[in-house]
Each structure stands twice: as C-alpha cells, then as structure tokens.
Design a protein around this ligand. Structure first.
Ligand code: GDP
Length: 193
C-alpha cells in the first residue's frame, strides 16, 4: 500500500475513545527499543509520526493511526519494562489486555522482534499470550540491515523455533533503515483486511 494519508487519532485510555469506523485494526507489539516506532514510521512513510523510544512508566495508552480511511495501526506500549508473569495474565494492564482479547476489529497483532538475537523471554510470553487467545500474529524480525543477507535463514529459524510459531503466522525479515520487507509486510496486512 502506498500511504498518503495518515491521521493520528488519539491516545485512548478507555473503551469509549476507541474509533467507531469499524475499519480493520492491526496492533503493534514489541519490547521497548526493538524498533516498533521505526517500523510504523517506515510503513506509513513518515519520519517521526510515531513517537520513538517511548519512556517506561508512562501512562499506558493506545495510539490509533488511521491510514487511508481503510485501516488502523494501533500502537500499544512497549512491553520490555512491564513485569510479565504467566502467558494468560495481564501483559500491559487490564485495558490493553482487554483490547487485544476482545476487540472485534483486531485482525492480527504485528509482533516486532530483533532478527539479530533469539527472542527474549518477554517476546515468548507475548507470543504465548496471542496463541492462548487465538489471536493471529504477523511476526516482524527487524534490524535486518545489521546482519548479512546470507544469515537471514539461520536467524529466522531461531526466531521461529524459540517463539514456537504457529505455521499460519508469517515471519517477515524487515529493516526500517533499508526498507527491507516493507512490501511483504503490507501484503500480509492487506490480505487480512
Ligand atoms: P521502539 O522503542 O520499539 O519504538 O524503538 P525505536 O523505533 O525508537 O528504535 C530503537 C532504536 O533502534 C533507534 O535507535 C532506531 O534508530 C533503531 N532502529 C530501529 N529500527 C532499525 C532498523 O531497522 N535498523 C537499524 N539499524 N536500527 C533500527
């Protein structure tokens, strides 16, 4: 998708503030600093619409980005600082958990991981949460520009194995720096709209 028009809706703190358009929604999740804001900005062709490196301990809000009057990206707080215990317990706090579990418009969670490193325990917990609630995932392995192309497959396998990914969930190698994986990511999203 070639994005021309993006509207940053709001920082929603309660259900009544969620958009009412009924457009398909794709929630973005990833541990802090993994490159989630850079992914969003690259995908929507903006330099810095999504805040980069959101600070820990801030109010937990959902930021909705309305794209081309067709869909929403929903930015959820980075989970690196949140204390995560069991895969079925609160990940971000009750509001965001509830959004992920019961939002009708949610088509998939786009989970961002770092292609360079095996997914962390928090990444695995997040993915388990999606499995437990039968929420489809699109896994984006970003910062691909930091490793040689010849090593992609090896690193992809580590990500797939460690997350124990479901066969139907795609894993896409990405780089916000180089634009790698953009078309593939859009194709996956558009295929689920
Ligand atoms: P967030 O906290 O998950 O939103 O992470 P950011 O998008 O703010 O990125 C964290 C850091 O990683 C920043 O210094 C980015 O410049 C860097 N970064 C993000 N994506 C990439 C990428 O694809 N390649 C490289 N080399 N650096 C990246």
């Amino acid at each position: 998708m070639k994005v021309h028009n993006v509207e940053m809706i709001m920082s929603a703190v309660k259900t009544e503030q969620y958009p009412k358009e009924g457009y398909p929604e794709f929630a973005l999740a990833g541990r802090s600093n993994v490159g989630k804001s850079s992914f969003i900005n690259k995908m929507i062709g903006r330099k810095s619409l999504a805040r980069t490196s959101s600070k820990p301990g801030k109010t937990q809000t959902l930021n909705f980005y309305k794209i081309e009057e067709q869909l929403f990206f929903v930015d959820v707080p980075g989970y690196g600082y949140a204390k995560i215990s069991k895969s079925t317990s609160a990940k971000f706090g009750p509001m965001i958990d509830e959004y992920l579990v019961s939002r009708n418009e949610l088509r998939a969670v786009i989970q961002i991981v770092d292609l360079r490193h095996p997914p962390s325990a928090e990444d695995c917990n997040m993915y388990d949460f999606l499995v437990n609630y039968e929420i489809p995932a699109i896994v984006i392995a970003t910062k691909a520009d930091k490793i040689p192309r010849g090593k992609y497959e090896k690193h992809k396998k580590i990500v797939r194995d460690r997350l124990q990914m479901r066969v139907d969930d795609p894993l896409i190698v990405f780089s916000a720096e180089k634009g790698i994986g953009m078309d593939e990511a859009w194709k996956e999203i558009e295929g689920r709209m």
